[in-house]
Design a protein around this ligand. Structure first.
Ligand code: ZN
Length: 924
C-alpha cells in the first residue's frame, strides 16, 4: 500500500481487464435478483467534465454496492449520438473549409456526424473506465446503432398506428440561426434589448357608442410581429377609459382631439408616456363591453386589410403597457391558444430563415431581426404610432448559438398529450414511481400536468427521420404497420440513411402509389431517441429487464430524459420504464458559482485522476450530499486527500498488524475481552447501516459513518489501546490472539464496505492478503455479520468507558504539556467516580484503556484540584507518577522490571514473551 493512486490505478484497471472482472461478476451473479440501473446516455461530443464524473461515479457506487448486497447489477452504458450539437460541429468545420452545407449530400453530412460521434464515444469510454466505472464497455448501446435506429422507427410507428402522432401548425420556439425548432431544454434566458411601441388600432365597428371613432392602444416589445397581428386581447374585468386628447407636448405623436382607449388605471401614466399633457376622461367601460368591437389593422393602408377583432383573454393584466395585448397567433403560445379558441386564422408570416414570406405585404423578404425599424417607420407614416423606445428584458435564446429566438408558426409533428389519455397515464405512472429525493415527484408532476403537446419534429439532418408518409390530397398519415415494418427492417440493415437514399417505393410496396404520397424529411427530436432507450436496451437485451430498477441523472432531467422516457413509454406501453428515479444536483466551483463547460472555470476529471487519483474523485462524490448542488475545486480536493489518507492508513495498519495471521490464532467471540467484543458489536451496527444506506442510496451518511469509525473508534481508540498487546504480548497470549482475530474481521468488513466507493484502494488492500489471478474484492458480497456480535449492554458500558477515558486523556495531556511526565506510560492516575459508576466499570483494566502503567479507580470524593471535563459528569482525575523501573521493551513503568535476572531491563511480561520467541527471532 505504498505507490500513489495515479500510478497504481491504471495497473489495477489492466488487471481487471485481463481477468475480465465484468464477465466474472456476471457469471457469479447469474440467477440472482437483477438490479438494472439504466444509463442515461451522455452526449458524445467532447471530453468528460465533472458533471459526467459525478453522474457516472454515483452510478458505479450504486451498481457495485447492489452487486455486493447480493444482486445481479448488470450495467450497460450508452451514448446519445444524434442531434444539433454534433451537426453544429460539422457545420463549423464546413464553414472553416469554405464549404456550403446545402451543397453536401445529406448522406455524406450524416456520415461525418456519425464519425464525429464514434470518435468521442471512444474518448469518453476510456475516460469513464479510468474513473473506475465498471460496465459492459465492450458492448454499450448507442442511439445511432442501426438496431437502435430501427427500434426508434418502430416506436414512432406505434404512435403512428395508435393515432398519437399528428401534424399540426403551431408556433414553436424557433432559431432562425440554426433554422430549427428548439426543445424547452435547449432554451436559455438572457437579457436582450428590444424595441417597444405604443400603437393605435382604429375602431372600425364599435360595440359601444363611446368607442366610435376612437382607437384601441396596444403596447408590445416585438414590433416585428405586427404584420402577423390578427386580434387584440382585453381583460373582461378590467375598466377601460376612453380619453380625449386636449393638448400634447411638442414631440408627441398624439394629436389633440383624438380619442384613445386604455385601461383606466393606466391612463395617467400612459398619457405622460406618449406626451399627452391634458386630456378629458370620457366613458369608462368594463372589458366585457368591448366584445364585438372590430378594429382596422394599423397598417391597413399597406395591404393589411383583414379585420382585427377584440377578444377577451384571461392572461391580460394591467401590470404594464395599456391593458390591451395584440395577438399574433403565429408568434406566441398564448396567442395561438386564443386564436384556436376564437377561430382566428393562424397566418404563416415568417419563413424558416427568419424572413417574411413573399405574400406578406410591405415587408416581404425582410429578416425579423432587422424588421423592427421598418415596422416602426411604417406605423409612424400610417399615423398610428404613439411612441417607440428601447428596453432590456429577459428573452429566450438558443443555448447553442446564443441567438435570440422567435415564435414561428410552422408545420410540425406532435405527440398529443390528450390523445389516448397520454397525460393521465403519465401522471398515474409518476404516482407509481419511487422518487429520490421525494421532491422530484412534484417537480415532474407539475411539468407533465402543464406541458403542451410534444413537438417531436426537427428541420435538421442528423437524427432518426420521421418515417411517415402523408397522402398528398387528403393530408392523412399513412397508417400501415406493414409499411412501418418495411422501413424499420431497412433501417436495421442499412441505417437510417436509407430513408433519404432509397426509392420510397421500397417502403410503400405495391399497395400504394409513390406519386400519391409525400415523404416526410424532418428528423425526430433527439429526446424521442433517448426516450426510447428502454425499448432498444432494456427490452431488447436478454440480460437486462424492463422496467429498470433505477434511472439516475441530474435534476434537469425531470424536463429531459426522465420526462421523454415517461411519455414515450406511457404512450406505447401505458407505464413508466422505471421503478425508481434518483436525481443529483449540479456542480458549483469553490466559491459557489455554477460550473459549466463554456464558462471556463472547470478543470477536468482527467486532471484530477492524473494528479491525485480516481479514488479521490470517487470519495468526493460520496462525501457530500449529492441531492444538493456539489462544490469542487483544488481546496476541496485537498481536503479529500486528507480524509482519504486516514482511511488508507487504517487499511495499512490492519494489513501490517495481521502479518503472518494464521487461522489457528482465531478466538471465538465469546472468549474475547470486552474491548474486542465491543468492536464486534460496532461491526454489527455498521453492517446494518451499510445495508440500509446502500439500499437507500444514502452514501453520504454511509461514508461519514465509515470514516468516523476508522478515525475515531479505531485509530484513536481501539488501535491505540491494542498497540501494546500486539507488539509486546506473547504471540500465543489470548489477548493478542483475540485482537488479531478482530483485526481480521475489521479487514474483511472494511475492504468490502469501502469497495464500492474506493474501488481501487479496496482492491489493492484486498490483494495484499488475498493474492491470486482470480482474486478481487469486487467479487465478494458484503460479509455476513453474525447476530451474536450484537451486545447493546456492552455497547452502553463502553460508551461510558470512552467518555471516562476522555477525562483521563485530558488530564495526561495537561501533565505532558507541563512537563511533569513524558509519555502516558509514566503515569498512574487515580480516577474518582461515583459508586454506581464504579460498579458499571467492573472488570475493566483502567490502565490498559488509558495507556498508562497503572490506574486506580476510587469512589472517594475527588480533591478540588482534580482534572475534570464539563461534558463528562461524575468523573475527575488526579494524575500521579507510576512507581518502578521502565521496561526496555514495552516502556511501561512497573515494579517487576528486572525481577528476572536473565533480563534485567525487562518487566515480567516482556521477559516471558522474549523467552517464548523462537531462538533466531530472539537473537534478532
Ligand atoms: Zn515490558
Amino acid at each position: 500500500m505504498r505507490a500513489s493512486l495515479p500510478k497504481r490505478e491504471p495497473e489495477i484497471l489492466a488487471r481487471w481487464a485481463e481477468m475480465d472482472l465484468f464477465g466474472r461478476l456476471r457469471e457469479e451473479a447469474a440467477g440472482r435478483e437483477k438490479f438494472i440501473l439504466h444509463d442515461g446516455p451522455p452526449y458524445a461530443n467532447g471530453h468528460l467534465h465533472f458533471g459526467h464524473a459525478l453522474n457516472k461515479i454515483l452510478k458505479d457506487v450504486i451498481n457495485r454496492s447492489q452487486q455486493m448486497l447480493g444482486r445481479d447489477a448488470n450495467y450497460v452504458p450508452g451514448w446519445d449520438c444524434h442531434g444539433l450539437p454534433i451537426e453544429w460541429k460539422i457545420e463549423e468545420k464546413y464553414r472553416a473549409e469554405g464549404r456550403d452545407k446545402n451543397e453536401v449530400p445529406i448522406v455524406e453530412f450524416r456520415r461525418e456526424c456519425r464519425e464525429f460521434a464514434e470518435h468521442w464515444i471512444d474518448v469518453q469510454r476510456a475516460e469513464f473506465k479510468r474513473l473506475g466505472v465498471i460496465g459492459n464497455w465492450d458492448d454499450p448501446y448507442t442511439t445511432m446503432s442501426y438496431p437502435a435506429e430501427a427500434a426508434i422507427v418502430r416506436e414512432l410507428g406505434k404512435f403512428v398506428q395508435n393515432g398519437g402522432l399528428y401534424k399540426g401548425y403551431k408556433p414553436v420556439m424557433w432559431s432562425v440561426v440554426e433554422q430549427t425548432a428548439l426543445a424547452e431544454a435547449e432554451i436559455e434566458y438572457h437579457d436582450h434589448t428590444s424595441t417597444f411601441i405604443d400603437t393605435k388600432f382604429p375602431v372600425a365597428v364599435a360595440s359601444d357608442p363611446a368607442l366610435a371613432g376612437a382607437a384601441i392602444v396596444i403596447w408590445t416589445t416585438t414590433p416585428w410581429t405586427i404584420p402577423g397581428n390578427r386580434g387584440v386581447m382585453y381583460g373582461r374585468d378590467i375598466d377601460y377609459a376612453v380619453i380625449e386628447v386636449l393638448s400634447v407636448a411638442e414631440d408627441s405623436a398624439a394629436r389633440p382631439g383624438e380619442r384613445l382607449v386604455v385601461a383606466a388605471e393606466l391612463a395617467e401614466s400612459f398619457a405622460a408616456n406618449v406626451g399627452v399633457i391634458t386630456y378629458r376622461a370620457g366613458a369608462t367601460l368594463k372589458g366585457a363591453a368591448l366584445d364585438g368591437t372590430v378594429c382596422h389593422h394599423p397598417l391597413r393602408g399597406l395591404g393589411f386589410t383583414h379585420d382585427v377583432p377584440l377578444l377577451h383573454g384571461d392572461h391580460i393584466t394591467t401590470d404594464q403597457g395599456t391593458g390591451f395585448v395584440h395577438n399574433a397567433p403565429g408568434h406566441g403560445a398564448e396567442d395561438y391558444e386564443a386564436a384556436l379558441a376564437f377561430g382566428l386564422e393562424v397566418p404563416q408570416t415568417v419563413g424558416p430563415d427568419g424572413r417574411y414570406y413573399d405574400h406578406v405585404p410591405a415587408f416581404a423578404g425582410v429578416h425579423v431581426f432587422k424588421a423592427d425599424g421598418p415596422v416602426v417607420d411604417a406605423l409612424r407614416e400610417s399615423g398610428n404610432l404613439l411612441r417607440s423606445g428601447r428596453l432590456t428584458h429577459s428573452y429566450p435564446h438558443s443555448w447553442r448559438s446564443k441567438a435570440p429566438l422567435i415564435y414561428r408558426n410552422t408545420p410540425q409533428w406532435f405527440i398529443g398529450m390528450e390523445i389516448n389519455g397520454l397525460r393521465d397515464k403519465a401522471l398515474a405512472a409518476i404516482d407509481d414511481t419511487r422518487w429520490v429525493p421525494d421532491s422530484g415527484r412534484n417537480r415532474i408532476r407539475a411539468m407533465i400536468a402543464d406541458r403542451p403537446d410534444w413537438c417531436v419534429s426537427r428541420q435538421r439532418a442528423w437524427g432518426v427521420p420521421i418515417t411517415v408518409f402523408v397522402h398528398k390530397e387528403t393530408g392523412e398519415i399513412l397508417r400501415d404497420p406493414a409499411v412501418t415494418e418495411r422501413i424499420a427492417a431497412a433501417v436495421e440493415a442499412e441505417g437510417a440513411d436509407v430513408w433519404f437514399e432509397a426509392d420510397p417505393a421500397r417502403f410503400l410496396g405495391e399497395d400504394y402509389a409513390v406519386g400519391d404520397y409525400e415523404q416526410v424529411m424532418d428528423i425526430l427530436d433527439v429526446w424521442f431517441d433517448s426516450g426510447s432507450t428502454h425499448a432498444f436496451v432494456l427490452e431488447e437485451r436478454s440480460d437486462l429487464q424492463s422496467p429498470a430498477s433505477l434511472y439516475l441523472e441530474g435534476t434537469d432531467q425531470h424536463r429531459g430524459w426522465f420526462h421523454s422516457s415517461l411519455l414515450e413509454s406511457c404512450g406505447t406501453r401505458g407505464r413508466a420504464p422505471y421503478e425508481a428515479v434518483l436525481t443529483h444536483g449540479f456542480l458549483l466551483d469553490e466559491s459557489g458559482h455554477k460550473m459549466s463547460k463554456s464558462s471556463g472555470n472547470a478543470a477536468s476529471p482527467q486532471d484530477v485522476t492524473e494528479s491525485l487519483g480516481a479514488d479521490i474523485l470517487r470519495q468526493w462524490v460520496v462525501s457530500a450530499d449529492y441531492t444538493m448542488d456539489l462544490r469542487i475545486g483544488p481546496e476541496l480536493l485537498n481536503r479529500q486527500v486528507d480524509l482519504y489518507r486516514r482511511l488508507r492508513n487504517t487499511l495499512r495498519y490492519l494489513i501490517g498488524s495481521l502479518d503472518g495471521f494464521d487461522e489457528s490464532e482465531r478466538v471465538a467471540a465469546a472468549e474475547m475481552p470486552e474491548l474486542e467484543r465491543w468492536v464486534l458489536h460496532r461491526l454489527w451496527a455498521l453492517d446494518r447501516m451499510v445495508r440500509r444506506c446502500s439500499a437507500e442510496f444514502d452514501f453520504h451518511a454511509l461514508f461519514s459513518a465509515l470514516h468516523n469509525f476508522c478515525t475515531v473508534e479505531l485509530s484513536a481508540f481501539y488501535f491505540d489501546i491494542r498497540k501494546d498487546s500486539l507488539y509486546c504480548d506473547r504471540a500465543d497470549s489470548p489477548r493478542r490472539r483475540a485482537a488479531r482475530t478482530v483485526l481480521d474481521e475489521l479487514y474483511s468488513c472494511l475492504t468490502a464496505w469501502l469497495a464500492p466507493i474506493l474501488c481501487f484502494t479496496a482492491e489493492e488492500a484486498w490483494l495484499q492478503r488475498n493474492p491470486g489471478n482470480d482474486s478481487s474484492v469486487h467479487l465478494r458480497l458484503f460479509p455476513e455479520v453474525p447476530e451474536i456480535w450484537r451486545d447493546d449492554t456492552l455497547a452502553e458500558k463502553w460508551d461510558r468507558i470512552r467518555r471516562l477515558r476522555r477525562v483521563v486523556t485530558g488530564a495526561l495531556e495537561r501533565e505532558r504539556a507541563e512537563k511533569r511526565i513524558g509519555s502516558s506510560l509514566e503515569a498512574h492516575p487515580t480516577v474518582h467516580v461515583a459508586p454506581d459508576y464504579a460498579a458499571a466499570l467492573a472488570g475493566v483494566d483502567l490502565a490498559e484503556i488509558a495507556i498508562t502503567s497503572g490506574a486506580t479507580l476510587s469512589t472517594d470524593p475527588a480533591p478540588a484540584d482534580a482534572f475534570a471535563l464539563d461534558e463528562v459528569l461524575g468523573v475527575a482525575v488526579r494524575p500521579g507518577r507510576a512507581e518502578g523501573g521502565k521496561c526496555g521493551r514495552c516502556w511501561m513503568v512497573l515494579a517487576d522490571v528486572g525481577a528476572d535476572p536473565a533480563h534485567p531491563e525487562l518487566c515480567g511480561r516482556c521477559a516471558d514473551a522474549v523467552a517464548a520467541l523462537p531462538a533466531e527471532a530472539a537473537a534478532g
